[in-house]
Design a protein around this ligand. Structure first.
Ligand SMILES: Nc1ncnc2c1ncn2[C@@H]1O[C@H](COP(=O)(O)OP(=O)(O)OP(=O)(O)O)[C@@H](O)[C@H]1O
Ligand SMILES: [Mg+2]
Length: 264
């Protein structure tokens, strides 16, 4: 991203300034009326081509973390850098340019029911100013990537749960993202559909073309492609490391409890 130098803050202590990829430092969010922060000084790095998996109990702040990285939630403290640009300070057009590089698959994927699969996927490119034909090409390319080009003219109600989720993934891919944020992309899918959706994610992770931050409890996915795994508990990062090591020998209490549950 070519930001004017004034967008960058030339302060040496800001660790992310000279880094490529995503650097999150001390990210903290407190919702009014709550005693504890929802995010409490979270640090993480996702370099281009890397996949980082986030696990943690319900309510531990996983979705809030992704939302803060896309600036859908305003953090109270901390810093977010993308390729050296201070994202936590961006406004207006500069924020839009950053968001254009981010693909986000929400926990509750919300397809527009009154639009076809293709119509769902052309929306973002159109919003970003692409001509209709260019938007259509982008959308079809993204749908082909998740194996759904043949279903472009169906409506969401005519799709299975796995297909709907793959449309949500295609929609995130239409903007050619450099940073992909996935929030439990396989939640509430049956095991066959989980395999289908995870296949798409595995291909993307293996292509090493994007930085991926994935909230998922899919242990096999984490083992196969994650460069690092981190556990969140009550807004704090309690552990981080290679997935094999963390899943087999968790050091933290929450890691141990969590791995027992995952293995059960
Ligand atoms: N807008 C909000 N206002 C107040 N509290 C909120 C808000 N959004 C989320 N929370 C609270 O913040 C905490 C973290 O929520 P978050 O959605 O990040 O958790 P999560 O780890 O993604 O959980 P899950 O696994 O259930 O999706 C929860 O206790 C939630 O109730
Ligand atoms: Mg969540």
């Amino acid at each position: 991203m070519d930001e004017p130098m004034s967008e960058r803050m030339p302060v040496a202590k800001e660790a992310g300034l000279n880094e490529t990829g995503l650097v999150v430092s001390g990210l903290t969010k407190v919702y009014p009326g709550r005693d504890e922060p929802v995010l409490d000084h979270v640090d993480l790095v996702v370099r281009p081509g890397e996949t980082v998996v986030v696990m943690g109990p319900s309510g531990s702040g996983k979705s809030t973390l992704l939302r803060a990285i896309d600036r859908l939630v305003e953090p109270d403290a901390g810093e977010i850098f993308w390729n050296g640009v201070a994202i936590h300070r961006l406004k207006g057009e500069a924020l839009r340019r950053y968001r254009r590089q981010v693909g986000y698959v929400f926990q509750q994927h919300s397809l527009f029911e009154q639009r076809t699969v293709l119509g769902n996927c052309t929306l973002a490119p159109c919003l970003w100013g692409d001509e209709p034909e260019r938007s259509r090409q982008r959308a079809m390319a993204a749908l082909a990537r998740v194996g759904l080009a043949d279903l472009a003219h169906r409506y969401p109600r005519e799709l299975s749960g796995g297909e709907r989720q793959r449309v949500a993934i295609a929609r995130a891919l239409t903007v050619n993202p450099k940073l992909l944020l996935w929030d439990e992309p396989t939640a509430s899918l049956d095991p066959i559909l989980v395999g289908e959706v995870m296949g798409c994610l595995l291909d993307l992770a293996n292509s090493r073309s994007v930085a991926m931050l994935v909230v998922t409890h899919e242990v096999r996915f984490a083992r196969r492609v994650a460069d690092r795994l981190l556990f969140l508990e009550r807004g704090r990062k309690v552990e981080e490391g290679p997935p094999g090591q963390l899943l087999e020998h968790p050091r933290s209490e929450v890691g141990r409890r969590f791995c027992q549950l995952l293995a059960a």
